[in-house]
Design a protein around this ligand. Structure first.
Ligand code: AMP
Length: 280
């Protein structure tokens, strides 16, 4: 695997690849890789001749300084994992390399950032889109791979490339879970043993809520979810919303609403976890 830290060097290398007609698949990450990330890389490898993974902890998308400081880092073991799936290129720039000057671009996210993560983490999605756009400009991939685990992020980026005519195809990839249902996340390494034991209740609750949906109102479902998570004192629910898959607007009535998704954010101890389940 080739590793680049400098924008000029990766650009020069990829220019040659593109001149040869090579198709590039891109997987942006913040590192501390797990099988969820690796599934995106496998998919990119299946679709393209060259796979480029980036590892960059993007300060712009953290609205909380402590969260940024506590975000796990493990470049050495990430490199081993990337080599195990034959990733072709790793791009891991420094903060100065990505942001030589103060960055204050604001993109129009068409209101998709009003809800859920956007409401609880002001500025988060603008920060995500700023870094994704910069990465797309550097790498110029044909396709880019994003996990459905971060559903709102996926919806915002899909809308963003369409709105700004960015010639990158966004490929959604399914959420990879631990055996007990917990969605894999880099943040899971920060869970203490008791919190790790409590965390699968988040997905179990989503799963049961979906089963109950045909015979329940949204109001009842919400109350039920709130009570379920209260059963474990280590979990603290931040939100549970059922929203339209495209507009992300809250759905008030399930009857006749075909494309909706239930999204949840909950703390397990000090670790903030998100998950979702399709209500199709
Ligand atoms: P992150 O490193 O958390 O920024 O994630 C990088 C990419 O991996 C994003 O597109 C995520 O949605 C995706 N991802 C994270 N966790 C999972 C998972 N459990 N299954 C599938 N994709 C994931």
């Amino acid at each position: 695997m080739k590793i680049f830290y400098k924008i000029s060097e990766i650009k020069e290398y990829l220019l040659l690849q593109k001149a040869l007609g090579v198709k590039i698949g891109f997987i942006p990450t913040m590192g501390t890789l797990h099988s969820g990330h690796l599934s995106l890389i496998r998919r990119a490898k299946a679709d393209n001749l060259v796979s480029v993974c980036s590892i960059f902890i993007n300060p712009l998308q953290f609205n909380n300084k402590e969260d940024l400081e506590n975000y796990p880092k493990s470049l050495d073991s990430d490199i081993i994992k990337l080599e195990s799936v034959n990733c072709d290129i790793l791009f891991s720039p420094s903060e100065k390399e990505m942001y030589p000057e103060a960055e204050n671009t604001i993109y129009d996210l068409c209101g998709l950032d009003k809800y859920m993560e956007g409401a609880f983490r002001p500025g988060h999605f603008n920060g995500v889109v700023v870094v994704v756009k910069k990465m797309f400009d550097i790498i110029e991939p044909l396709k880019a791979y994003f996990g459905e685990k971060d559903f709102q992020q996926l919806a915002i980026i899909t809308n963003f490339v369409k709105k700004y005519h960015i010639p990158v195809e966004i490929i959604p990839c399914p959420t990879i879970r631990e055996d007990d249902g917990l969605a894999m996340s880099s943040r899971n390494v920060r869970l203490l043993p008791a919190e790790r034991k409590a965390a699968p209740l988040i997905y179990k609750t989503l799963y049961k809520a979906r089963e109950m949906a045909p015979t329940s109102s949204i109001e009842k479902l919400k109350k039920w979810v709130i009570n379920e998570l209260k059963k474990d004192s280590l979990l603290k629910l931040e939100y549970f919303e059922i929203v339209d898959c495209e507009s992300l607007e809250p759905v008030n009535n399930l009857a006749g609403h075909k494309k909706c998704i239930a999204c949840i954010a909950s703390y397990a101890g000090n670790v903030r976890l998100i998950d979702n389940i399709n209500f199709l």
